[in-house]
Design a protein around this ligand. Structure first.
Ligand code: HAM
Length: 423
């Protein structure tokens, strides 16, 4: 039996990869406008980085990490997300000391989670994410959310919903935690084994449980918004004001708790509301993680960011039937006739490419008709036909494939002529 691709992964084939490149370029261009700069971190990190940051009691750490021991008996993990690595690098490279604050970073690359594969859920997926470290100004929360919204809008998505919540500061979270324990404790026996553990380790996670989500205590659970202290409430209102100023409509959802432990204050997700989009509608998730830098060994530094996967973005584009403007076709296809002409096109093709044109020729010894068919398949704008006779007289035949017009020009002028015509 032939070897197949691992479950939950996919090949991005030519054609499809054009769409990926366009999206990646849009993301990079947008980061340039918003002044986020790229950071590239390793695909694997010390396991402890993720247990400490993402959180011991999260599904990601408990069930989904690709963890292995290397030959030096170190426990390493394929990164399940990008924030922990960005923060680790921020601390390790002392970016908190840079003159330019806040430090605004972005990343794009594969992440790995051992999840049950289904539409929109892969075991290897590519995240584009940004992290702004060093500012506790609610304006940067709004900026981060707007960057994600802008990417989706610029690519042509319309059916989007922005959902926000506040998890409050440490004190608010503590008060809410106590209320959750009081709420669930008397009937915790009716919940799954995971939730029974969560009551002790991290009661907030109960609200995120997929198994117990229909239990009646879920609906009546105390809302974090009722436990926000004055500062947290003011912060949250400011974020909402700025989002409104930016023309971004949103819903507040007190049940949005996110699947990672490091959040304080703002948490948000962007969903697709497109008809026919799969069961998993979250396109993008993020929030504020004041406290994380300290957890990783750096000085107290506020931070906020988001991540979105290109896979789900493409699924949303498909659901909304958005056609991306993928440039098709090459500038010139060289057709040869005769052995000398054939040899000559090797050098000529190189010259065309060196002059900046996309160009191609036949490598399968096709007859002239077959070469023209190949030119058609490559959507060539021009076909240049060179026969042994033309070569003798320093001529070449240039055909405009759109108009069908043909002209004989001097071989030496081919590059100049193409420059003129393609401009
Ligand atoms: P997350 O919610 O775990 O957050 O993931 C963010 C996004 O990654 C999701 O909204 C989804 O688009 C995509 N994603 C997650 N898992 C999968 C999967 N199995 N297949 C396809 N796409 C997936 C984080 O990762 C945080 N680091 C976000 C963040 C950055 N918070 C602050 N800064």
């Amino acid at each position: 039996m032939s070897i197949q691709i691992p479950r939950g992964t996919q090949d991005i084939l030519p054609g499809q990869s054009d769409i990926w490149q366009l999206i990646e370029q849009k993301a990079r261009d947008l980061c340039k406008k918003y002044q986020y700069r790229e950071i590239r971190t390793p695909i694997f990190e010390h396991t402890e980085l993720f247990t400490r940051s993402v959180g011991d009691s999260t599904d990601i750490v408990q069930k989904e990490m690709y963890t292995f021991e290397d030959r030096g008996e170190r426990s390493l993990t394929l990164r399940p997300e990008g924030t922990a690595s960005a923060v680790r690098s921020f601390v390790e490279n002392k970016m908190f000391g840079h003159a330019n604050q806040p430090v605004k970073l972005y990343y794009m690359g594969p992440m790995f989670r051992y999840e049950r594969p289904q539409a929109g859920r892969y075991r290897q997926f590519v995240q584009f994410g940004v992290e702004a470290l060093g500012s506790a100004d609610p304006a940067i929360d709004a900026e981060v959310i707007s960057l994600a919204v802008m990417l989706y809008r610029e690519l042509g998505l319309k059916s989007l919903k922005v959902v926000i919540n506040s998890l409050g500061d440490k004190d608010s979270r503590k008060a809410h935690r106590d209320a959750l324990v009081n709420h669930f404790q008397p009937r915790i026996g009716e919940f799954c084994a995971d939730c029974q553990n969560r009551l002790r380790t991290n009661p907030l996670r109960i609200l995120d449980c997929k198994q117990d989500r229909d239990h009646e205590l879920m609906e009546t659970a105390p809302s974090i918004l009722d436990f926000l202290n004055e500062d947290s409430r003011e912060y949250f209102l400011k974020v909402q004001k700025y989002l409104t100023d930016l023309g971004i409509s949103f819903e507040v959802d007190a049940n949005l708790v996110r699947g990672l432990d490091y959040y304080y204050h703002t948490a948000f997700e962007i969903m697709s509301e497109a008809e026919g989009f799969g069961a998993i509608t979250t396109l993008c998730g993020g929030g504020r993680y004041n406290g994380l830098v300290q957890e990783i060994g750096g000085p107290e530094t506020p931070g906020i960011g988001f991540a979105l996967s290109i896979e789900r973005l493409i699924a949303a584009l498909e659901a909304e039937k958005v056609e991306l403007p993928i440039a098709q076709g090459i500038d010139c296809y060289l057709v040869y006739l005769g052995d000398e002409a054939k040899d000559y096109t090797v050098g000529l093709l190189h010259e065309l490419r060196a002059a900046g044109f996309s160009a191609e020729r036949d490598y399968l010894d096709r007859k002239i008709k077959g070469q023209f068919k190949a030119a058609d398949r490559s959507h060539a704008k021009f076909v240049a036909v060179l026969g042994d006779d033309e070569l003798q007289t320093n001529k070449i035949n240039l055909k405009n494939m759109e108009t069908g017009e043909q002209t004989e020009i001097s071989l030496d002028s081919l590059i100049d002529k193409l420059k003129e015509l393609l401009n």
